[in-house]
Design a protein around this ligand. Structure first.
Ligand code: HEM
Length: 506
């Protein structure tokens, strides 16, 4: 086979490396998409323990979001949303549910620093009476890509490569530099322009975890007691106010305390400050999705608030630090596929890919019994099923009860009640582009974000982009990136282009 043909691990040609296979155009992903599963599963296993052979007690950091800080607290319902979801923990105003939250940076390994330009993870585990519900979001409402098959490539392009090389420093003797990878990926991914604009703007470096918002980012689905479904997006708005650091302030902060975000969160909670966020949702009746002007399941786009206004749901409060950071923060396992009745997935392809990726990562990183660890186990209910044994099994696991179902011995049985409304599926299986909508282009929301910025914010955004892009060694990669900023907004494109040219002539 020609050297230029991309293949699977077993050597078979890959027909499409940009789109995952879906059930019809716009439908959910398919288990038969072995290329996707292989790619995500291999990516999950890229980290191995340094200097030690794998042992039964192997445990190591997350492949992404390795640096993080966690805290416990509660979520309290403040507004009635029973018209939209029958989920139990949201069913009564005043109801409180215990939570564990982990904040994180994305790209760097455990030895990195907190005050860097990077999205932040914002993962919430609700210990509900119907099982744990994990909302594994970020501090940005959008993401760089819209198909999970691109995720391993995306992360490879943004991380240190290969590991011994310093991030952002000169590369191996070939002269390649890390900015080449970062911007080459974006040159080939016009859909990233919106999130790149967000990341290079002020919000790209939050002052602390307390001073940033959290977003579910994806579209999820709520189902009410009449079986009616709504697509939903989650927004946690910080009650501490948004605070960000300039590139200069961030460099100074990192020099002073590489763990600045962790220190801030830990000390604030120790002082008795109870950081809080107000949860809002945007709700779209499912019938409106097909006719909306852009694909509502496209993770690179926000739903404008004029179309789908924010509706308050409740308040998230953090008030307790973990006792053992390794046991409770390092070993915490959040998975977007941990749903509770009344809440389910949308056909957002990225979300669909994540439904597989996280639990698979946990089985490798922490082992099959990671759900028995105190931080991951249900607290307001118990797990009752026929799973048995495996590495680190430490619970009675049913004692002498039968280990198969169905059985004649009064073991746990299914409810027969659907957990969420079904998703419509049409057409054939395949690696389809998203269904066409009237305004699906990759640039208009990046342009809108640019135009929303103050004059000072625009100047900082342009300087941040030019600082990185001007270090790229290939002119064609620079030109492709510039074309994206021009497409977003003529002033945006012109100013980035001028700034890049000025820096390259220096
Ligand atoms: C962590 C995969 C997109 C938020 C992780 C981990 C993996 C992963 C493998 C490490 C899990 C672990 O070891 O515990 C993916 C894939 C994605 C994707 C395949 C796209 C297809 C996203 C998006 C968001 C996000 C869009 C936010 C909206 C997070 C967070 C964590 C995380 C917050 C850290 C969770 C924690 O604190 O333990 N991701 N990710 N990821 N991801 Fe993603």
């Amino acid at each position: 086979m020609s050297q230029r043909v991309l293949t699977t691990e077993s050597g078979a040609p890959v027909a499409d490396n940009q789109n995952s296979a879906t059930a019809g155009v716009g439908g959910p992903l398919l288990l038969q998409d072995q290329r996707l599963l292989e790619k995500l599963a291999r990516f999950n296993r890229e980290r191995i323990p340094v200097g030690a052979p794998p042992t039964p007690l192997r445990q190591w950091g997350r492949v992404v979001h390795a640096r993080g800080s966690g805290a416990y607290g509660h979520f309290e319902v403040t507004d009635d949303v029973t018209e939209f979801t029958y989920t139990d923990f949201l069913s009564t105003v005043g109801r409180r549910t215990e939570v564990f939250v982990r904040f994180s940076t994305v790209a760097d390994s455990l030895g990195g620093a907190d005050a860097v330009r990077d999205p932040r993870g914002f993962a919430v585990k609700f210990y509900t009476e119907e099982g744990n519900y994990d909302l594994v979001g970020n501090n940005a409402p959008v993401f760089f890509i819209k198909d999970p098959i691109k995720f391993p490539d995306f992360i490879h392009s943004q991380k240190r490569d290969p590991p011994p090389r310093l991030k952002g420093a000169a590369g191996p003797p070939s002269g390649r530099q890390e900015p080449d990878n970062v911007w080459d990926f974006w040159a080939h991914s016009p859909e990233a322009t919106h999130q790149v604009t967000w990341l290079m703007g002020d919000r790209g470096i939050p002052a602390s975890y307390r001073h940033m918002n959290g977003y579910g980012s994806h579209t999820y689905q709520w189902t009410n007691s009449r079986g009616e479904a709504f697509f939903v997006k989650y927004h946690f708005k910080t009650n501490q106010g948004i605070r960000c650091l300039s590139a200069e302030q961030a460099a100074e902060t990192v020099g002073r305390d590489a763990n600045s975000h962790q220190t801030d969160l830990l000390q604030a909670i120790e002082r008795g400050v109870r950081p809080s966020w107000t949860l809002y949702v945007q709700l779209m009746p499912t019938a409106e999705a097909g006719g909306y002007r852009f694909n509502p399941f496209d993770l690179t786009k926000v739903w404008p608030h004029q179309d789908y206004p924010l509706r308050r749901v409740g308040r998230l409060v953090l008030d307790r630090n973990p006792d053992n950071v390794f046991a409770e923060v390092e070993q915490a396992a959040f998975s977007p596929n941990n749903f509770v009745p009344g809440i389910g997935p949308s056909p957002d392809k990225m979300l669909q890919g994540r439904l597989f990726a996280y639990a698979d990562a946990h089985r490798y990183r922490l082992g099959v019994n990671h759900t028995l660890l105190a931080v991951n186990a249900p607290r307001a209910t118990t797990a009752q099923n026929y799973g048995r044994d495996g590495l680190m099994a430490s619970n009675p696991q049913g004692r002498y009860a039968k280990n198969y179902e169905p059985n004649s011995y009064d073991g746990p049985v299914e409810t027969g009640r659907p957990l969420a409304a079904p998703l419509a599926v049409n057409g054939h299986t395949g690696t389809h582009e998203a269904p066409p909508h009237t305004k699906d282009d990759d640039f208009f929301q990046a342009g809108e974000l640019f135009r929303l910025m103050s004059a000072e914010e625009k100047s900082r955004l342009v300087a941040n982009i030019a600082g990185g892009l001007s270090q790229v060694s290939r002119d064609d990669v620079i030109e492709k990136n510039l074309a994206h900023f021009h497409a977003a907004d003529p002033e945006y494109g012109r100013r980035v282009e001028e700034a890049v040219r000025a820096l390259r002539e220096d």
